[in-house]
Design a protein around this ligand. Sequence first.
Ligand code: UP5
Ligand code: MG
Length: 195
Amino acid sequence: FQDGKIKVIFVLGGPGSGKGTQSALLVKEHGFVHLSAGDLLREEQKREGSKYGELIANYIKEGLIVPQEVTVALLEQAIKESYAKGSTKFLIDGFPRKMDQALTFENQIAKSSFTLFFECPEQVMLKRLLERGKTSGRTDDNIESITKRFRTFIETSMPVVNHFEEQGKVIKVQCDQPVDVVYTQVKNALSEKGV
Ligand code: UP5
Ligand code: MG
């Protein structure tokens, strides 16, 4: 995509920080297309005939980052499909979470306008994920996988946040608060950016 043709906002934050919840609210009020990299991977995993099904299942359960080729291709396809239907504003949730993905996406698909970064204490995220795990059916909402996801987040994904922060492109939101309070912060942050 040429510069300015589409607008991309990355939504990053630890597992259970509320990326999906807040993105869904923004879709309703601001007409963004919400693409969750995790959701796209889970769909691909279930798709009949996918050659990546087993690989994705293993990486997700282990809390590891699926090789970028798979995830970037899924995102690119989803963006192109939406763009063909007239959408130009994208919230990319839970991506990029490794430096190689960040560089590939920005070089090959589009530069991000900025990153919304959801800060949340681990204890709070843990509690939310264990609660959700009672009904979510997600193979990674259990204490073993959650512990691994937290480690990957700190070791592999925080460098991406720091990379964008060095470019002055990170807006931090405190997420240890009720959903509507967080959403007010998110909306204020966006309006400061003229979105
Ligand atoms: N909740 C939300 N906000 C709340 C609030 N303010 N107060 C109280 N409760 C709140 O929320 C989580 C739970 O908390 C929900 O029950 C919600 O009601 C409640 P949610 O909005 O779902 O949080 P989110 O940050 O989206 O959490 P999620 O579990 O989706 O985060 P992850 O980043 O761990 O999961 P994701 O789906 O992005 O990735 C899963 C895996 O896919 C990764 O671990 C990785 O293995 C793989 N992956 C890749 O390999 N590459 C990628 O690029 C992306 C993913
Ligand atoms: Mg999510």
